[in-house]
Write a protein that binds this ligand. Structure first.
Ligand SMILES: Nc1ncnc2c1ncn2[C@@H]1O[C@H](COP(=O)(O)OP(=O)(O)OP(=O)(O)O)[C@@H](O)[C@H]1O
Ligand SMILES: O=P(O)(O)OC[C@H]1O[C@](O)(CO)[C@@H](O)[C@@H]1O
Ligand SMILES: [Mg+2]
Length: 520
């Protein structure tokens, strides 16, 4: 069945909607949109790199830009995969231009068809001659298991599938474009890097200067830019794309989302997350072994998670040795009925020990209050966190020794960097390979200003702004958090009169869940 989709180009500096020639890879729509309707749709989308199509039955295509939007006469070539041994017997080598991936797969019978993204994968035609490609790869932000696998597979994918042999490594994050030398990346150079943690290209925070970066891209004759990084990095990638388009350069900008916190919107999960959750088990196990071997043992394990508690939540669910999990999204309180002290006392009486897992971003406001500190920021503008693990351990110790007159054995474990500085596990390695290959196929096919990632298990090209406009957080009103509460049987901290933030009602929960964390 032919899908009724079409495309209208995003124009960076105009609100007027030009009707541009049909995209070479899309069939004409069956029912053209009226201009009034198109304008209405366009108005919903303020970001110029975002193209949103809708149809009468509620089918929406959130498309990504293509080089032909701003270089209309760009020639195309048959995809070299036509001759690839690897794909020789594959039934359908090329993804149909009409294949899309649905954002939501649980729908009601009569609901509109909803938002879709372009399916990732190789296309019949490419917009670069292999010998003319000069690609570069850069990694920015914090570490994450699997970055080296993504670098490796971009290099090998470009080389083995498309015959590209001019690939530059940009060293030390965004600032590396203008302040460092580049290195030449070949399959041989990157052959073993996936076995190591960290990033072979090194990374940094701060230093994003769009003009200098694009000047450098232009000066070096780079025409494909692969950018691996988190939400901050993807915002930077969007600015690079916009500048490239403004200058009319034939440069494909591809973002590969990376973050240990799993806080990137739209995609199912970020790479390295599973590896980190697995590694966190070792810290939780150690805490459990320690506290069950002594009298009144209290174990506190602090895990990463700046604004979102996914690592803590999944590590807790996986472990079963955790009595209580505290995350940034769920306010908690210490004293009084239903508070943490009461719960710890109860578990000590029942089991003789207790294990608490907390995300580093949890309870920051309480720590700040008691320490009278000023808000610190890192080079990228991210909030610097106070050590909530140390603070909580001290609070529990003080309470039980001074108030309860009860001796406890406190074991505080802070494995923070250990869970992200390791190589990726087998499933993350496969995930990284798919991400890298999808990014390479997208760039070769002329897409630009896109982020690649799995949406309901299918890889898709997603407009960058869709993944940066909000951050994923644990929704307290979703079932997953309820599952955790049911598994640990910990207090929800939401039904007491003494909740620290005042009366926590549904409206406040919604507010927490729906808050948009704006970039700094
Ligand atoms: N709003 C922004 N616009 C342009 N560049 C940005 C923006 N935010 C961050 N960057 C740049 O992106 C790079 C990485 O950002 P950041 O340190 O926030 O990490 P991240 O990509 O969010 O990854 P993570 O949070 O997983 O560590 C930095 O070089 C920073 O200057
Ligand atoms: O100390 P760094 O390297 O700046 O990074 C710490 C932050 O980075 C993250 O791992 C995200 O990449 C957060 O969980 C953490 O707060
Ligand atoms: Mg970030």
């Amino acid at each position: 069945m032919e899908l009724s989709v079409s495309f209208f180009a995003a124009r960076p500096h105009s609100c007027v909607l030009p009707v541009v020639p049909a995209r070479p890879d899309l069939k004409l729509r069956r029912r053209p949109l009226t201009l009034r309707r198109r304008s209405a749709i366009r108005a919903q989308v303020s970001d110029p790199s975002r193209c949103r199509e809708t149809d009468d039955d509620g089918f929406v295509l959130e498309d990504v830009p293509h080089l032909t939007n701003f270089i209309p006469d760009l020639p195309s070539y048959p995809n070299p995969l036509h001759k690839s041994q690897a794909y020789a017997i594959v039934k359908q080598t090329f993804v149909s231009p009409e294949d899309v991936v649905a954002e939501k797969i649980v729908v009601r019978k009569d609901s509109p068809r909803g938002v879709h993204f372009r399916r990732a994968g190789p296309r019949e035609k490419v917009y670069f001659k292999s010998e003319e490609v000069r690609a570069c790869v850069v990694t920015c932000g914090g570490l994450c298991p699997g970055i080296n696998t993504v670098i490796r597979e971009i290099v090998c994918g470009l080389n083995y599938m498309y015959g590209v042999d001019d690939i530059l490594g940009i060293e030390g994050g965004y600032r590396g474009f203008y302040s460092k030398n580049t290195s030449q990346l070949t399959p041989k150079v990157v052959n073993d890097i996936h076995k190591r943690g960290g990033t072979f290209l090194r990374t940094s925070r701060g230093g994003h200067d769009t003009q200098k970066i694009v000047d450098n891209i232009q000066d070096r004759g780079i025409n494909q830019v692969y950018i691996i990084g988190g939400d901050g990095t993807q915002k930077g990638a969007a600015l690079i794309y916009q500048e490239v388009e403004k200058r009319g350069l034939q440069v494909a900008v591809a973002g590969i989302p990376k973050t240990i916190d799993n806080d990137i919107a739209v995609i199912d999960k970020s790479f390295g997350f599973d590896t980190a959750v697995e590694e966190a088990q070792r810290a939780i196990n150690a805490a459990h072994v320690e506290v069950e071997s002594v009298e009144n043992g209290v174990g506190v394990v602090k895990l990463m998670g700046r604004y979102s508690g996914f690592i803590a939540m999944f590590a807790t669910l996986a472990s079963r040795d955790v009595d209580c999990c505290l995350i940034p999204e769920s306010p908690f309180y210490l004293e009084g009925k239903g508070g943490l002290f009461e719960f710890v006392e109860q578990r000590l009486k029942e089991n003789g020990h207790v294990v608490i897992v907390l995300a580093e971003g949890a309870g920051q406001e309480y720590v700040a209050q008691s320490m009278h500190t000023v808000d610190g920021r890192d080079a990228s503008g991210n909030r610097l966190l106070l050590d909530v693990g140390l603070w909580l351990s001290q609070q529990i110790k003080d309470h039980f020794t001074k108030v309860q007159k009860m001796a406890i054995n406190m074991k505080y474990i802070d494995p923070t960097y250990m869970i992200r500085a390791i190589p990726s596990n087998a499933s993350d390695n496969i995930y990284c390979t798919l991400l890298a290959q999808s990014a390479v196929h997208g760039a070769m096919a002329g897409y630009t200003g896109f982020t690649v990632g799995p949406v309901n298990s299918r890889h898709a090209y997603i407009p960058i702004s869709r993944v940066t406009e909000t951050q994923n957080i644990v929704k307290l009103t979703d079932r997953m958090w309820a599952r955790l509460l049911a598994s640990t049987n910990q207090p929800s901290f939401l039904n007491s009169d003494e909740v620290m933030l005042g009366k926590v009602d549904r409206a406040i929960i919604e507010q927490i869940n729906n808050r948009k964390i704006t970039s700094i």
